[in-house]
Design a protein around this ligand. Sequence first.
Ligand code: 1HN
Length: 350
Amino acid sequence: MQDPHRTEALGRLEDLPQDYRDALTAQNLVPLWPSLRGVLPPHIPARKTQVTHWPYAGLRPLLLQAGELTPIEKAERRVLVLANPGHGLEKMQASAAMYLGMQLLLPGELAPAHRHTPNAVRMVVEGEGAWTLVGGQKCPMARGDLILTPTGLWHEHGHDGSGPVIWLDVLDLPLVYYTETSYHVNGPSQPEQPGNAAQAYARGGVVPTTVYQRSGQRYPMLRYPWADARAALLSLAHSEPGRDCVQVTYINPETGEDAENILGFYALMLRPGQTLALPARSPAQVFHAIEGGADVEADGHTLTLAEADTCAVPGYTPVVLKNRSATEPAFLFMADEAPLHRKLGVYEVR
Ligand code: 1HN
């Protein structure tokens, strides 16, 4: 029987007399019912995020050209933003909460010190000899390394090697901007702290004790070398041959929580020839091929993620990953909005 209290077709704005609408507008009032279904669609959210592929072969020459066109002093950070057309390119969003950019640093250049409220990570794509100084910790940048730049920490990038260095920046900038909390402060070059804090966290399962107290540092580990994450994936695959999802999560070694507050970071290995079906989950995700390539099927699209390519997939979307090689494993870096969704209480696996 029809529920007399309910109709799917709610009243429209045009159903209201113009003088009533004008009276509302004059007092900064808006009727909810014409927009209710828009902000609260049935069963699945409306998503602006589209499946988007940024092939490295296409962006690399344009990024190198930016190196010729724009000196580092005129850019501060020489970045081409990987913008999702679903959000409008000018919004510089990969998804609702994620920003992606490819950054180029040339030999001898310095990207000067600043700090800001959004959290960043770098995933190194190409080149050798660059470093980033984060909160006084000097982090060498090698391909596949993940380096955190958490909220509020001073950071600058330099390059003592030869040849271009390129990395992928992942920031929670769209979310922080949306919450009206995004700002930066420029500062002088920060002194490098002595010692190698990264070394203290170089092995899983043990963390340093200092005079019988655990480190009080919120971000004790800033650099996650690719060699270690890769070795962890290979040993996981080897020790658990039946395991489908050979994936590791980048965590804070002191707390076991996600490495950063808002975005989650992971490395995934696809065995030779493997097809891996990932369930629909609420967060949007980003895939970046560190080694090898994969076909990515999502939302009716199949894209070929070649080495160093990056793609974005909206939330609530199942994804199928297929290693393109039958003989070699493929290694992907992934970023998602899961820590944010969990904190907000909206995280879902469907
Ligand atoms: C930033 O500080 C960096 O420090 C890179 O390398 C990209 C994008 C938006 C806002 C700040 C960096 C950024 C950024």
